[in-house]
Design a binder for this molecule. Structure first.
Ligand SMILES: *Cc1c(COP(=O)(O)O)cnc(C)c1O
Length: 227
């Protein structure tokens, strides 16, 4: 087995163990393999080991890998910040965008999503700890943004995404993740379906599964360190 296959299996084992530890339904947490700054060959190795969903932070880097891997059935997720003047490529080339944090982006992505494609799956990025200068809408703005996205024909509102500040202990990691889960519950009460909580990375995977994550975004633990 390749190193990547071995590490991917270890990550899947961590997810299964966390699902069992925290009473989650087996198989309810998906792994998104974050391949930023790793070459197409790394994605090919993960694909050979059964992985299908990949996350990229930078549009151009993601597109060049999509072109290099054109023959493979892959699901592409954009998880990095998106400038308003770059929405067309995101709308045309990706299956998911996790970083919608303002209505202008949502409107542009919907208008630019090609009619022959399924609606673009969208998560709202929430600045859950209300850190200054961090991307994401504020929790108090999420309901209004959810209503905008839900009303756009080119988009399908799937859930919420957060990138909390790193914390050392499991208990500390769980605090902002619990806030995102509570926000999801409020938006569900307001009538939004929201089947996705995109939260958890290599270092806080267990905390995220404990707090209801449905999609953990894992880079380092699968592909190794980035330079
Ligand atoms: C890089 C990145 C990840 C993966 O982080 P690791 O610590 O390498 O697992 C997840 N989400 C986002 C938004 C990222 O930028």
């Amino acid at each position: 087995m390749s190193d990547i296959a071995t590490r991917l299996e270890a990550v899947l084992e961590r997810v299964r163990a966390a699902e069992a530890d925290y009473g989650r339904t087996p198989g309810s947490v998906r792994v998104l393999a974050v391949s930023k700054r790793h070459p197409p060959e790394a994605i090919r190795a993960a694909h050979a080991a059964g992985q299908r969903a990949f996350g990229e932070n930078y549009l151009q880097e993601g597109i060049s890998k999509q072109e290099a891997l054109a023959g493979l059935e892959l699901e592409w997720h954009l998880i990095g910040g998106l400038q308003s003047n770059k929405t067309r490529e995101a709308a045309e080339r990706f299956d998911w965008v996790h970083t919608v944090d303002r209505s202008k982006l949502a409107h542009r992505l919907s208008e630019q999503r090609p009619a022959e494609m399924a609606p673009l799956n969208v998560c709202l990025q929430v600045n859950i700890s209300e850190e200054p200068q961090k991307a994401g809408c504020l929790p108090a703005e999420a309901a209004e943004l959810a209503a905008v996205v839900a009303g756009l024909p080119g988009l399908r509102l799937r859930g919420l995404m957060a990138l909390p500040a790193p914390a050392e202990t499991l208990a500390a990691q769980r605090v902002p993740l619990a806030r995102l889960r509570a926000l999801q519950a409020r938006l569900r009460q307001a009538g939004h379906e929201l089947d996705t909580l995109s939260m958890g990375m290599s270092a806080d995977l267990e905390a995220a599964v404990a707090e209801g994550s449905s999609m953990v975004r894992i880079g380092t633990a699968i592909f190794g360190a980035r330079d």
